[in-house]
Write a new protein. Structure first.
Length: 545
């Protein structure tokens, strides 16, 4: 039995019409992949487009950008977010090309099985589950801290419980409910970002009564860069700039989730690449421009940037509004960031549960995890991930902002490992196409800038991962918690990989054996329905058309 046949016996249901028993081309309702009969396709094009957008907007922009500004200065923070955005765009292009060819739930975890090594699939799959198990309590903790901006009379445990139940409830409903929620949250975030950018420009250009024109004043004084940890000269400035990469990694984490629910996406071979192609322009518009505005309206030495509150008062936009005498903005920012925490928790639950489902499909997790409810939701997987929401109660015994910082560092490192793996798997796939003489024009979608984008992501994120905790190696700066959160993921991924490899005696899939032609044939035999041309105002809609 060939490698392709052996792997597809669990996921490919042939070209058999379940009702008539006849064979022939499979329509949209008679899916090529068996799991698509169990997981219902409820995500439409606009959902996938906006989910891709929501993945690039969250607490990392609204709150953490202030920490980057304080550590690196205006130019350092701007360059850090810009360079990380470019690297992440390469990751998204890579995963989208793979997902267009093999649209399976679990995305890169399943792709690692076919295009690299089953041991890597096991390792990165459980690493992703671990990451989601950490990121969800991070978000519910953030939500509790955000609510404390308005009231401290109620224990954080109450808000953690409520937010946890909301996340669980959302993910046990039909996938369309998740899509509609993310669509709504994304619209809120877009409106807030646009409003804050306009407000920032008004403040900077002297359009607020009693506020003089700022221009690039803060780029000159206190200066474009910050002397990190008091280290003088260009070295201290460079180290400050380098710290922004880990900060930005958390901000962009989850951006690869556009392919997590590929089997639940309508016309995935068209809609996932369409979302991926717009990632860079969205990163530029919403992250880079926003950070650019922030650098002009808040000085990097502001005492408010690192007040440790973790709520809206730490946002550079709120600091700028307070300095300009605008009173209502903190409440608006806090409310929308609160929906961002819910949105991020939803995304982590979706990604973690679908990855767990994919692991069970590949035999890397117990088969009972494959059970689905009447909405086509793998409810056992959702229940397993939900248990770890209880980690959020750790904040009841310690500073919530401190615990959130631990979670954030762990999620950042896990995100870097995931992005490195995606680039590595894609490069194996790319060179297997060359070895087998398969033209990229035969693929359902061929991403631009390849393989350079994947190589750039692999090398760039590899370097950032290895140097993420560099500050602990500076004299008198050792911190055990920082070291652990920065480097724990490296031995974890190697332990999972080699442990499974030695136990199961797996082998790296050779370039000649990769079932690329097999999946191209599946795509050709099961064409997606033609896209309905946009009419009226939809012709000028740049968000989800």
């Amino acid at each position: 039995m060939s490698f392709a046949e052996e792997k597809d016996k669990n996921i490919y249901d042939g070209k058999l019409d379940a009702e008539s028993g006849s064979t022939g081309p499979i329509g949209e309702d008679e899916q090529a992949f068996e799991e698509e009969r169990e997981l219902k396709r409820g995500l439409q094009q606009r959902h996938i487009q906006m989910i891709a957008l929501a993945g690039t907007i969250g607490t990392g922009l609204f709150l953490s950008s202030g920490r980057a500004l304080a550590a690196a200065g205006p130019v350092g923070a701007l360059l850090g977010y810009l360079f990380t955005g470019i690297l992440v765009s390469g990751v998204v292009l890579s995963i989208a090309e793979l997902a267009a060819l093999v649209p399976l739930t679990g995305s890169y975890v399943r792709h690692a099985e076919y295009f690299f090594d089953p041991a890597l699939s096991f390792a990165i799959g459980w690493n992703t589950v671990y990451s989601c198990c950490v990121s969800i309590p991070a978000e519910v903790t953030a939500a509790a801290v955000l609510i404390s901006f308005w009231t401290t009379a109620v224990s954080n445990g109450v808000w953690i419980t409520i937010m946890g139940l909301l996340i669980i409830g959302t993910n046990l409903c039909f996938i369309r409910v998740y899509g509609e929620l993310e669509f709504s949250f994304s619209m809120l975030k877009i409106m807030l970002i646009l409003g804050l950018i306009i407000m920032g420009l008004c403040i900077d250009l002297g359009g607020v009564a009693g506020q003089s024109r700022l221009g690039f004043q803060y780029w000159k004084n206190p200066g474009p860069f910050v002397q990190y940890l008091g280290i003088d000269g260009s070295l201290g400035q460079f180290l400050g700039f380098w710290t922004t990469f880990s900060n930005a990694a958390y901000a962009y984490s989850g951006i690869e989730s556009i392919a997590a629910a590929a089997a639940e996406t309508k016309s995935p071979r068209r809609n996932i690449p369409k979302a991926a192609k717009r990632i860079f322009i969205r990163v530029l518009l919403f992250y880079v421009i926003s950070v650019f505005i922030v650098t002009m309206i808040v000085p990097s030495n502001s005492q408010f940037l690192l007040n440790g509150s973790g709520n809206a008062s730490e946002s550079p936009f709120v600091i700028a509004a307070n300095l300009a005498g605008i009173k209502v903005v903190p409440h608006i920012v806090n409310a929308v960031v609160l929906t961002s925490a819910w949105s991020s928790g939803n995304s982590s639950m979706l990604g973690g549960s679908r990855t767990l489902y994919g692991l069970a499909r590949e035999g890397h997790a117990p088969k009972f995890l494959l059970l689905t409810n009447r909405y086509g939701i793998p409810y056992i997987c959702v229940s397993f991930i939900s248990v770890f929401i209880a980690l959020g109660y750790m904040t009841l015994q310690a500073s919530a902002s401190t615990v959130f910082g631990w979670f954030q560092d762990l999620v950042s490192a896990a995100a870097l490992v995931t992005w490195i793996t995606i680039c590595l798997v894609y490069l194996r796939f790319y060179y297997a196409c060359k070895r087998q003489g398969i033209s990229r024009s035969e693929l359902p979608w061929a991403a631009p800038f390849q393989p350079f984008a994947a190589w750039m992501g692999l090398l760039g994120f590899g370097l950032i991962l290895l140097t993420g905790g560099f500050s602990v190696f500076i004299h008198n700066e050792w911190d055990t918690e920082t070291f652990f959160s920065s480097y724990f993921n490296i031995p974890l991924i190697f332990l999972l990989y080699f442990g499974y490899k030695f136990t199961k005696k797996t082998k790296v899939v050779s370039l000649d054996e990769m079932p690329i032609r097999h999946y191209i044939d599946i795509a050709n035999q099961n064409p997606e329905p033609e896209e309905i041309p946009a009419k009226g105002w939809r012709k000028i809609n740049i968000l989800w058309t």
